[in-house]
Design a protein around this ligand. Structure first.
Ligand code: UDX
Length: 433
């Protein structure tokens, strides 16, 4: 099959590389000539474990190419995937579809035969209908089908998620398009990964409902964690105790500083906007968004409490800045709100992150960036674990405590056992324990 991927960002690049690894001929398109040149030179624009070697192998095999020339890339393709960004629109929280529609218009002008157009970007219900309208208006009389095929991959585990998905969702009632999509996903189909064919609007909604449900699950356990602290219970045991019930399931029950990232915050907001447009409120998601926002700021207050109630003139070491480990993504990271509240309270912040510091420097220029956890903690009044990178799981706690002005640890990811940290001389607080 010939597959064209419009947009070489996170989803486009991972999907394109994985499709080429299935044996398809894939061409990834991006407007950013610098990004395309870097990709051609083997440099990845994002940090994602395994992506560089996957790209290199498929480029070497001649199955994966990069270009800025959308027109040439679309000509002759069996399937064209739209994987451009759909950020929150400034001011109102709606998904901004400017890039999706711009790509659609360009694709329309380049179509030269029967083709299936697939929206892989996360798009609100009804976007497929609009894409179809634009194509019908601008493209010639070729048979064109528009399919919704949302992506469920997690950053940091994207390649594994793509190749061993829990399910593939394909939204189209067009028989020819269904067959093209079966061919596109043939290796997974043969592996008996569940493939769910639905209507297009249903498929679009599945993506938002999945992310909103996961965000709800996290937010639920975060509130239970607060209750655990109040009543003297242990949230990790509560998670295990409820998660072993198959109807609940144990995943996404890790209490923490609140969810962040490129998907949950923007997709929950966009779902609320759709609900508003159709005058069908989803109140539980309204509460989730509000609780999660409040929580990120509350985490700053938790650190200040651990400092004895006053952060003025104190130094705080922040370990982990990205919204989760194994990524350099800083979008909506809880660290942003936590650092801001510490700065507002008059503290100085010294930070370390294995992959996120380059991007973080642009977003938080007023803090100090250190080579490792020990340098960050040197002379600090408290150390805060914000993101659970593996290198923070086995710190030499005695050494860490020895470098600090006052050994106080706030563990927002429950990485450590209280007894171990306290043995090293720390005053320790964590989440829901
Ligand atoms: C998410 C979805 O999981 C994925 O299916 C979708 O395609 C994109 O959005 P991602 O944002 O990469 O993926 O990360 P994920 O692992 O889901 O974590 C999201 C946020 O939730 C992180 O901030 C993480 O720290 C937090 N989280 C996750 C928790 O606080 N507790 C948990 O138990 C799980």
């Amino acid at each position: 099959m010939r597959i064209t991927m419009i947009g070489s960002g996170y989803v486009g690049l991972v999907s394109g590389a994985c499709f080429s690894d299935f044996g398809h001929d894939v061409i990834c398109v991006d407007k950013d000539a610098g990004k395309i040149a870097a990709l051609e030179a083997g440099k990845m624009p994002i940090f994602e474990p395994g992506l560089d070697t996957l790209v290199a192998a498929n480029v070497a095999a001649g199955r994966l190419k990069f270009t800025t020339d959308l027109k040439a890339a679309v000509a002759g393709a069996d399937a064209v995937f739209i994987a451009v960004g759909t950020p929150s629109r400034r001011g109102d929280g709606h998904a901004d579809l400017t890039y999706v529609f711009a790509a659609t218009r360009e694709i329309a002008e380049a179509i030269d035969g029967p083709v299936v157009i697939v929206t892989k970007s996360t798009v609100p219900v009804g976007t497929g209908d609009k894409v179809e309208e634009i194509l019908k208006e601008l493209a010639g009389d070729f048979p064109i089908a528009v399919v919704s095929n949302p992506e469920f991959l997690r950053e940091g585990a994207a390649i594994g998620d793509f190749k061993r998905p829990d399910r593939i969702v394909i939204g189209t009632e067009d028989a020819r398009a269904q067959q093209v999509m079966r061919d596109v996903y043939r290796p997974l189909y043969l592996n008996e990964s569940p493939i769910l064919f639905t209507g297009r609007r249903t498929s679009e909604l599945i993506k938002y409902a999945a992310n909103a449900f996961l965000a709800t699950k996290i937010t639920f356990i975060n509130e239970i964690a607060d209750l655990c602290e109040a009543v003297g219970a242990n949230v990790q045991d509560v998670s295990r105790g409820i998660g072993l019930d198959n109807r609940i399931g144990s995943k996404f029950l890790h209490a923490g500083p609140g969810y962040g990232g490129s998907c949950f915050p923007k997709d929950t907001l966009a779902l609320l906007k759709t609900a508003e447009d159709y005058e069908t409120p989803v109140r539980i998601v309204e509460a989730v968004v509000q609780v999660n926002d409040t929580r990120k700021r509350a985490m700053g207050r938790k650190v200040i409490t651990a400092l004895g109630g006053d952060a003025k003139g104190k130094t705080v070491a922040v370990l982990g800045l990205t919204f989760k480990p194994n990524t350099d993504d800083m979008r909506d990271a809880p660290s942003l709100a936590i650092v801001q509240s510490l700065l507002d309270a008059g503290a100085a912040v010294r930070a370390h992150d294995p992959e996120g510091m380059e991007i973080a420097k642009g977003m938080m220029p007023e803090i100090a960036y250190c080579h490792d956890a020990y340098e960050a903690a040197a002379g600090a009044d408290a150390v805060v674990i914000v993101t659970e990178w593996d290198i923070y799981r086995a710190l030499d706690l005695k050494r860490l405590a020895g470098t600090m002005a006052a050994p106080v640890m706030v563990d927002l990811r429950n990485v450590y056992r209280a007894s171990d940290v306290e043995k090293a001389g720390f005053a320790y607080s964590s989440i829901g324990r």
